[in-house]
Ligand binder design. Structure first.
Ligand SMILES: [Zn+2]
Length: 457
């Protein structure tokens, strides 16, 4: 943490906020009615926008990089130090803090009835050269919700629990959503012997985090233990920012399917093989790349398809490629659409095989099912945003999330706030303090709505 650097992103943000405030004052002198509306809207906030900004700025000091972002990899000294700060905040807010054997940190606030827990939070680890908002907004936002409840002496029926999931980004040990994956029972002791570049295992790191790795499976959260799980997060995509929408109501987290395709032709002399007698693997592979894009674009919706590389063998300037390899990755909220698109792609591949006298074989690599957000929870988020007069948009999360894991054991919903220019996993990641406060206030209200609505018989 180099001294004297206060973070350009955050300083710029302050300047932008002050400029905005000035502009608003100026407008107010011309429109007293508009100014009264502003004041009413501001008075409605339960969360303290300044206090929340303060915790986010403090958190951004842990692992700050020269560009004003952070490098705070899960299971690192930097992460550990930041967790010390966060656990202090939790204790100050009166939460009962514990860390589970997977390194997930929880802060519990008792409820007035014996009911399952309302869980909310996010993660504080980052990618290499990451930003100050991914994960942090939802983590500090969750603690701010508790502080606001304390300020108003608000009691809830359900116990409330703030969570900081460990190693969400997965830069360390190559496993994303690690902590939540263990909690959901999707990951387990098979990970403990994984080694990082320093030769340390995950078990070693868990010990450094004060945990006994042999108890890893104790981190599993049984079905029924959670009444609901809410996560506030930045969108990481462009839709909210572009449309000037304040709150995203996440419909679910997209599923991902991946295949590896190999086109087999016949490698031969580039000079002596006549054009009509070639079995060039690269040409049909190139046409298959285009076919993938065409099929994905042929449907309306936000589905995406990517071919991340195309490799030709033997890869010499004077040899006709006899083999070509490429992966296909498809993402969408609707698993049936992914399957339908893949069937169409395969039909196109077969046709191209016939035309080009080659053979294409694809094998399944990895499948992550889409995770749907719970309709009742989405409704609570929608009502919370509506009560504040904020504009909303329903959208999928195209990025993986801890909530994707938690969806397997509890009803889940996510609240998105705008990411400027859709930039994320970068020091340039930015969300305005107003949007951050809006998101935290929506979380506050959604928690209270769910506390009121859930488990009534
Ligand atoms: Zn995140």
């Amino acid at each position: 943490m180099p001294p004297g650097r206060s973070g350009t992103t955050i300083r710029n943000a302050r300047q932008i906020v002050s400029l905005l405030a000035l502009a608003m004052l100026w407008m107010a002198s011309f429109a007293a009615r508009a100014s009264r509306a502003q004041a009413t809207a501001a008075a409605k906030l339960h969360v303290d926008s300044q206090r929340l900004q303060g915790t986010l700025e403090k958190l951004s000091e842990f692992g700050r990089n020269s560009e004003g972002g952070v490098t705070r990899i899960g299971f690192s000294e930097t992460d550990l130090a930041a967790r010390g700060y966060v656990s202090g905040l939790m204790k100050q807010a009166g939460l009962q803090v514990r860390v589970d054997p997977a390194g997930n940190m929880f802060g519990l606030r008792a409820g007035s009835e014996e009911l399952p827990i309302l869980l909310f939070g996010s993660h504080i680890d980052s990618v290499l050269q990451g930003g100050n908002f991914d994960g942090d907004v939802g983590s500090m936002g969750a603690i701010e919700v508790i502080r606001a409840l304390n300020d108003g002496s608000v009691k809830t029926r359900h116990p409330l629990e703030v969570v900081i999931w460990s190693n969400e980004e997965g830069n360390h040990f190559g496993v994303g959503t690690l902590g939540s994956g263990v909690a959901a029972g999707m990951l387990g002791p098979e990970l403990l012997d994984r080694r990082d570049e320093q030769g340390l295992t995950l078990a070693d790191w868990l010990r450094r985090y004060g945990q006994d790795p042999s108890h890893l499976t104790d981190a599993r959260i049984p079905r029924g233990a959670l009444a609901a799980s809410l996560e506030l997060h930045i969108e990481q995509g462009p839709y909210l920012d572009e449309s000037k929408t304040s709150i995203g109501i996440v419909q679910g987290i997209v599923g991902i399917k991946r295949w590896k395709c190999v086109v087999t032709g016949f490698a031969n002399h580039a000079g002596t093989t006549p054009m009509d007698r070639r079995k060039d693997a690269l040409v049909p592979a190139s046409r298959e790349v285009l076919a993938v894009r065409d099929v994905v674009r042929a449907e309306s919706g936000r589905q995406v398809g990517t071919i991340g590389y195309l490799r030709a063998e033997p890869g010499a300037i004077n040899v006709i490629p006899g083999r070509a390899e490429f992966p296909v990755e498809l993402r969408d909220l609707d698993a049936a659409r992914i399957d339908r698109m893949w069937e169409r792609m395969q039909a196109r591949f077969k046709q191209l095989d016939r035309e080009e006298s080659v053979e294409t074989n694809c094998t399944t690599l990895e499948q992550v099912d889409p995770a749907d957000a719970d309709p009742a929870l989405q409704a609570a988020v929608r009502d919370a945003a509506k009560s504040l007069g904020l504009s909303t948009m329903e959208l999928p999360s195209e990025a993986g999330q801890d909530s994707q894991q938690i969806a397997k054991i509890a009803p889940m919903a996510m609240i998105f706030v705008p990411s400027r220019h859709g930039i994320s996993h970068s020091p340039k990641e930015f969300t305005s303090w107003q949007d951050v406060a809006n998101g935290a206030e929506v979380l506050y209200r959604a928690v209270l709505l769910l506390d009121d609505r859930l488990n009534r018989d």
